[in-house]
Design a binder for this molecule. Sequence first.
Ligand SMILES: [Zn+2]
Length: 256
Amino acid sequence: MIWIEKSGLKVGIFPALEVIAPRLHIYFFSRNGGFSKPPFDSLNISTSTGDTTGPVRRNRDLIMEWIGMEKRSLAECEQIHGSGIRTVSRGGSYRGTDGFITSSENTGLAISTADCCPVFIYSPPEDVLAALHVGRKGAAAGIIPTAMERLRTEFRISPPLSVAVTGPAICRRCYRINGRIASEFSSEVVSEREGEFFLDLPGAVRHQLTKEGIPQGNIFSSPVCTSCDRESCFSHRRDRGRTGRHWSVAFMRERH
Ligand SMILES: [Zn+2]
């Protein structure tokens, strides 16, 4: 992933995807370029942690204008750290869900995060796209295998032909967990330093995606850690909850 600066916003993109999947658009918005005041500075898209509606609305409008999509075409999920996934064909607010699947063109799928991992799965032959909010609870609850099962059975995708893209998330040096949580994950993604446990959430996501049959070479992972990169990212853990949320948005453009 590289950061690009365009029209006042700093946005993470994967240039190789434009060649592999020209109809797929995925944008990882940073915290830069918006209207919110500290500690929500500045491109915060959520009022859930105490920011006011005025700047949040302006930030959301700014992003939609940047993408070139109408607000009503964007699907947002409640994000309750579960494994619920909805199939959608239009925008809106969907309760009780942490992910989406769509085969509709120009339907934007939005995931908001500040340490959790935004995950997108795309299968070019069927033109089907999934967006998932994956924190440690969602990962342990199996949101990735749940999504892959739906994609295989309902949309007939072939995992070896699919592409997965993961955005900025908290890294294995920053994510301290307790022993009980450590026991929920395979030892490959938990490390121990001076009697404390640390989770490699991006590693756990990659591990689950490869276990589901997506080849390593088809997985594009952002190296950015939300906690390490204070300038570009909100981090719930680093800032002890006093922070905003950034958006990751993906959609498929229509054929020309
Ligand atoms: Zn870090």
